[in-house]
Design a protein around this ligand. Structure first.
Ligand code: ADP
Length: 590
């Protein structure tokens, strides 16, 4: 309203001032014109009195000016410039200029005056007429004009005021409605409120846009709340606490999940960087400070593990991660991150490390024991075996059938024990006597295995087929043992005669998968795991000879190479043994 009133007042004032100035100048011109016309009439009427030097006539002519109240004085000068007649006649002669001045009009103070020639005929100058007029007409007019202007201004301002009062509602009501809405939202945080739309004009459009914006904010607010909820749940479930370090002001703020990690109540933490450092274990404090400040200065990712000392003396291990946030001034001034407790994990890791060391030690001991035992058993066994064989050879004709049969059992037992000891020796040597891994042609290995198993294959009428075999990085001797055991088993556990054994290799991205397939007796699914355990056999030695070490040996060898071994089988249909060997470069690195 103030703007409207001010604008209209200034416009009116400027308009009036312009008219006023215009009026002032035109009035002067008109007044001079009037004076000159009047002067012409008086001059024409005075020519005779001047020509005949008749002063009373001249005074008579001048006295006609009485009809013009604005003419305050007039005078006639003769051709010599002497005052000839004057008006009003009562005015003393010396109150008029003694001689006429140049022809022309001018304004002097509150008077207008003009000198005009009195001419007879074409250019016979008889004298000069002086006319003096006051400006009262002009002042009257100007006064009237001012009063009118003031009236117009007053009326205009009243009209402007009424108009503004009526119009301002249109403008301010929608704006006030929006302001009210904005206030309600900022006070209650309720984004579902909308501003009332008043009218279909630009302000209506603005209200629509404002409400649309509110809709988007509401949607974003909902999304933020949701993700906040999710984050809170995740933080709570995982025991992760978040922190913000205001580097510039050396302050640190924690969320509710961080306090328990430091064993303090929210009120007991001063919220400063130093009070955080004070909670770090004194042996780690310097490092924590250095690491955090380095990350803060270089804006590198921050990652650390340190101990904290709870006020009750408990020591806990915390893991921390953080990153620098660009500050509002464009300088790096804030860092945010997370803490979580890894005490249990660290303890478990330490326990595990201890167990691994212990396991390795006892494994080594066992290996040594198995090696020494089997090695040392060989000698007496050889003695038993050779002497029973000697007994059999030399005294068989002196012994009765029972004794010969018993000696046969002893010889058989001794040779089985020999096999067992050899197998055990092989088993114990997998890691101790293994050779370094080198580029190995599996096709060549298969050739050797085929030769080694030649007799058994011939006896069984077995057929061995193989696909394209790769070159792998492995211990050739051990891979040969695996192949020989698997193929040997495939022939041994055959279904009737003429078993068919198929060896294949399939390449994957990171390893080679070998398979040995047979059409033998098969294995029940429940034994798939057990058969790889040492001494575990599914048959008596009467049905199928063996020591129960073969598959356990294969498992150890494959695992030494970083691979896996397993079986798929159906009873009476056949079995397929699979094993993988990871790909390595020639140096043996996987
Ligand atoms: P062994 O061959 O000396 O008995 P292994 O460790 O080689 O010992 O095998 C363990 C057991 O797994 C065998 O006794 C046999 O019961 C079963 N087995 C192994 N290979 C096959 C196969 N190809 N078909 C059926 N059963 C098998």
């Amino acid at each position: 309203m103030v703007i409207l009133m001010l604008t209209s007042s200034v416009v009116l004032l400027l308009t009036c001032a312009a008219f006023f100035t215009y009026e002032l100048t035109t009035f002067k011109e008109k007044a001079f014109q009037g004076l000159s016309t009047l002067g012409d009439v008086i001059a024409t009427n005075s020519t005779a009195s001047l020509a005949f030097d008749n002063e009373s006539d001249a005074t008579e002519v001048l006295s006609a000016l009485k009809a013009r109240p604005q003419i305050i004085a007039a005078a006639l000068y003769d051709s010599d410039g002497k005052l000839f007649a004057r008006y009003p006649a009562a005015f003393p002669a010396d109150s008029f200029p003694r001689v006429p001045e140049h022809d022309g009009f001018r304004s002097e103070g509150s008077r207008l005056l003009g000198y005009m020639p009195v001419v007879q005929g074409d250019n016979n100058r008889l004298g000069t007429l002086l006319l003096e007029s006051n400006k009262s007409a002009m002042y009257d007019r100007l006064t009237r004009y001012t009063a009118l202007a003031a009236l117009v201004m007053l009326v205009s301002l009243v009209v402007a005021y009424l108009l503004a009062a009526a119009l301002q509602g249109h403008i301010s009501r929608p704006i006030l409605a929006m302001a009210e809405t904005a206030k309600a939202i900022s006070q209650r945080g309720d984004y579902s409120v909308r501003a009332a739309k008043i009218g279909e004009d630009e302000l209506g459009l603005l209200t629509d846009a404002f409400n649309h914006m509110l809709g988007q904010i509401e949607e974003q607010d909902r999304a933020i709340r949701e993700s906040h909820e999710r984050l809170n749940l995740a933080l709570k479930a995982s025991g992760v606490g978040t922190w913000v370090w205001d580097i510039t002001n050396s302050r640190m703020s924690w969320d509710e999940f961080t306090y328990p990690l430091f064993g303090v109540q929210p009120g007991a933490f001063a919220g400063t960087y130093d009070s955080f450092l004070a909670l770090a274990h004194h042996d780690d404090r310097g490092r924590v400070r250095a690491e955090m400040e380095r990350a803060g200065a270089t804006s590198e990712a921050y990652e650390s593990i340190f101990r904290v000392r709870w006020p009750d003396g408990t020591i806990r291990d915390l893991s921390a991660r953080g990153k620098v946030l660009p500050g509002t001034t464009g300088q790096l001034s804030r860092m945010t991150g997370v803490f979580w407790d890894i005490t249990e994990r660290k303890r478990a890791e330490e326990r595990m490390k201890g167990l691994v060391v212990e396991l390795e030690r006892s494994n080594k001991e066992l290996e040594l024991f198995a090696y020494v035992a089997s090695h040392d058993l060989q000698e007496p066994l050889r003695m038993v075996s050779s002497y029973t064989q000697l007994l059999e050879r030399r005294y068989s004709d002196k012994l009765d059938d029972d004794a010969r049969e018993f000696i046969g059992y002893a010889v058989d037992g001794a040779s089985r024990m020999q096999r067992l000891i050899n197998d055990l020796l092989d088993f114990s040597r997998v890691s101790t006597r293994g050779r370094p891994l080198a580029l190995t042609d599996v096709g060549e290995i298969l050739g050797t295995v085929r030769a080694n198993l030649g007799v058994a294959m011939e006896e069984a009428g077995a057929i061995l087929t193989s696909g394209q075999m790769p070159q792998i990085v492995a211990d050739a001797g051990q891979i040969g043992q695996v192949m020989q055991n698997l193929i040997g088993n495939a022939i041994k556990f055959r279904n009737g005669t003429g078993p068919h054994v198929r060896v294949q290799a399939v390449e994957s991205e990171s390893s080679w998968e070998f398979s040995v397939h047979d059409d033998g007796i098969g294995i029940e699914a429940e034994y798939f795991e057990r058969i790889f355990v040492i001494f575990q056999r599914l048959h008596t030695k009467g049905d199928y000879p063996g020591t129960g070490i073969g598959l356990a040996l294969c498992k150890r060898i494959v695992e030494r190479h970083g691979g896996k071994i397993w079986v798929e089988s159906k009873p009476h249909e056949g079995s397929t043994f699979f094993f993988t060997i990871p790909k390595r470069d020639h140096s043996g690195t996987a």
